[in-house]
Design a protein around this ligand. Structure first.
Ligand code: GDP
Length: 294
């Protein structure tokens, strides 16, 4: 991931090593290289521009160009900024004693259903009593997939019916919880291959009915540029409280993570690291920043 950033940055900084000071023209050149490498790593232009602007401001603020070791300082500033953009410290979603409802949203194929199963497994192992809700009212295959995962994890699943209205789903959920106490409800919502107005309306209505305590946007790390528009739309239309970044085990170049964070400003709580049910880990901003820089 980000091979280009580390290689390019290293080369540019190597050229500056041993020099007592860097002029502003050199600094501009370094910033251009950083921006280029971010773009090559599939980072959206808007994000790349904002990122380099911040690095440049910090570098100028610290008078890097007058310092004795400017190369190291710029490297540190880039690392710090990457870490900050990715969220600084690992964070966990809100988890109350009871009444937790986590709403998982995202495009089809991002790994939403898998993440729902993984979360159920993880929190069951922590002593919670999860219930999975298969809330795709149009795709029975999506519901079947969640039912199979629920069986593997050993947690119950509530399935919506074709065309079921959000108010009806909320009523059935209340009934279910009255009979079978659960302290964490994980809702796998409908996904489509692209942003779809009707889907956004349905998700917004379901959210109003279920009043989730967390709304987690599932973002595929392999999505690249597309993550910016998708994250922005979900956040504006549905409201997102946190992110799950899937397929970190793939050869993604990191654009999706930076874009989703930049647009929503919400924490990345978890990273998906395999197709298997145990492939979910807390997300560490420093580790990804380090991996990006190599
Ligand atoms: P959904 O349509 O968003 O519910 O996506 P799915 O949960 O069906 O996942 C789509 C594909 O991505 C499936 O083949 C999953 O096994 C795979 N997948 C999900 N999460 C990960 C992950 O973290 N790593 C890898 N390598 N594959 C994943």
């Amino acid at each position: 991931m980000f091979e280009n950033l580390s290689r390019r940055l290293q080369q540019t900084l190597d050229g500056l090593r041993g020099r007592g000071r860097i002029g502003e023209a050199d600094l501009k050149k370094v910033m251009r290289e950083i921006r280029m490498s971010l773009l090559e790593a599939d980072v959206n232009f808007e994000v790349a521009k904002a990122f380099t602007k911040r690095v440049q401001e910090k570098a100028l603020g610290q008078k890097v160009y007058e310092s004795l070791t400017p190369a190291e300082q710029i490297y540190t500033i880039v690392y710090d900024e990457l870490k900050e953009l990715l969220g600084s410290e690992p964070k966990q979603p809100e988890l109350k004693h009871e009444g937790n409802v986590w709403f998982l949203v995202g495009l089809q194929g991002t790994g939403k259903t898998t993440a729902a199963g993984k979360l159920a497994r993880l929190y069951k192992s922590k002593g919670r009593r999860p219930l999975l809700v298969a809330a795709d009212t149009q795709r029975p295959a999506a519901r079947d997939q969640l039912r199979i995962l629920a069986e593997q994890v050993g947690v119950p699943v509530l399935e919506v019916q074709n065309g079921e209205k959000p108010a009806e789903t909320a009523r059935r959920l209340r009934e279910h919880l009255a009979k079978d106490y659960r302290d964490l409800v994980i809702v796998d919502t409908a996904g489509r291959l692209q942003i779809d107005e009707a889907l956004m309306d349905e998700l917004a209505q379901l959210k109003d009915e279920l009043e989730p305590t967390e709304t987690l946007l599932v973002v595929d790390a392999m999505m690249g540029q597309e993550a910016l528009g998708v994250s922005r739309t979900f956040d504006e239309r549905i409201g997102v409280s946190g992110l799950i970044l899937t397929k970190l085990d793939g050869d993604a170049r990191g654009g999706a993570a930076l874009s989703a964070r930049y647009v929503t400003g919400k924490p990345i709580y978890f990273g998906g690291t395999s197709e298997k049910l145990d492939g979910l880990e807390p997300f560490y901003p420093d580790r990804l920043a380090q991996r990006i820089l190599g």
